[in-house]
Design a protein around this ligand. Structure first.
Ligand code: GH3
Ligand code: MG
Ligand code: MG
Ligand code: MG
Length: 315
């Protein structure tokens, strides 16, 4: 039945579908013991410009999933040696919820009972072989869109709308984990609070839009200035907070100085005007009794930096 769909038909449908679906970063794992059928599925998916990886049975698929966390969709055959589709779906579901990983089970035509079992075991969807290419694409896209929708909603729940940085709630949720890890494993942890100097003047002189522009620019300078492993968030208004793990006093001082000087020396363009701002920073390496206590202590240091004349840091 592979021959049923001519390549011309495949290309035609793929063109239509490509117009609807623009995301090229989606990764699909195709699991089937038949090499030729796998190649056919891979071709269909690649025509749709999806990234595709392959596995010949459930066991191989589990190994692939362990080494590659970026898979969004698994399309799996049922009947395979070593580990069949049902067992694979059951195993995958223990680690990946339906909202994060889509699984489409392939059943044989006329086996409704099998479709029901695939769904019951955790598949998001089923396709009976042989299928129309059009139906295959529609189901693949719907499942990918569902996963992407959940991802978008999740992401917007943890991020601040203006800057794209983590919001305060997410900063504290993730921060508590970093804090607990630092306490347990005796890793150093630094908490930093920072605030834009005389920010009210920016708003008053140039307007609120310019103020927003400044907050965004400072946010992206900070994001570029910390390591991937550091936790950076918008605490509120024009205040930001950072947690840095595994850092000693002198590297902390260097980091703070680098952030300070980067902001001070980077002009911000707004409507033909070039304005510049400075930041004050306060930080602590003392773990204290809680994350909130650390933040309070960093905030007290920030207050001293302001008292000391701004555009400086205090540890
Ligand atoms: P200081 O150097 O002591 O920090 O002086 P400051 O003027 O920056 O004082 P403060 O931190 O109290 O001022 C914060 C101002 O930031 C007050 C508020 O109107 C403004 N603000 C808070 N959030 C936003 C925002 O999202 N956009 C803009 N444009 N302004 C904001
Ligand atoms: Mg098979
Ligand atoms: Mg402030
Ligand atoms: Mg301020």
């Amino acid at each position: 039945y592979l021959l049923k769909s001519s390549l011309h038909e495949i290309d035609h449908v793929a063109t239509l579908v490509r117009r609807i679906h623009r995301n090229r970063d989606v990764k699909v794992l195709v699991v089937d013991d038949s090499g030729s059928f796998r190649a056919y599925l891979v071709r269909l998916l690649e025509l749709h410009r999806l990234q595709v990886i392959e596995a010949a049975n459930g066991r191989e698929a589990l190994a692939v999933m362990q080494s590659d966390p970026g898979v969004d969709l698994v399309i799996t055959d049922y009947n395979m040696p070593e580990m069949d589709g049902l067992a694979l779906i059951g195993a995958l579901r223990q680690r990946h919820p339906r909202s994060e990983l889509a699984i489409i089970g392939l059943s044989e035509h006329g086996t409704q009972a099998l479709s029901a079992r695939l769904l019951k075991n955790g598949a998001n969807d089923c396709i009976a072989k042989p299928f129309l290419v059009e139906e295959f694409y529609c189901r693949v896209i719907q499942n990918i869109e569902q996963i992407e929708l959940v991802r978008t909603i999740r992401d917007s729940a943890v991020r601040d709308y203006l800057t794209g940085l983590y919001n305060r709630r997410h900063f504290f949720e993730t921060g508590e984990t970093l804090y607990a890890g630092a306490k347990r494993r005796q890793i150093t942890l630094a908490a930093v609070m920072l605030d834009i100097d005389h920010f009210k003047r920016v708003n008053d002189t140039y307007g609120h839009l310019a103020g927003d522009r400044v907050i965004k620019q400072v946010a992206s300078l900070l994001a570029c200035g910390v390591r991937q492993a550091d936790l950076l968030g918008r605490y509120g208004g024009e205040e930001f907070c950072i947690l840095l793990t595994g850092i000693d006093q002198s590297s902390l001082a260097m980091t703070l100085e680098r952030l300070r000087s980067t902001v001070a020396s980077t002009p911000i363009e707004h409507e033909d005007q070039s304005l510049s701002v400075t930041i004050s920073l306060g930080a602590t390496l003392a773990l204290g009794d809680s994350l909130q206590a650390m933040i309070n202590r960093a905030d007290a240091c920030l207050y001293h930096a302001k008292q000391g004349g701004r555009n400086r840091f205090v540890i």
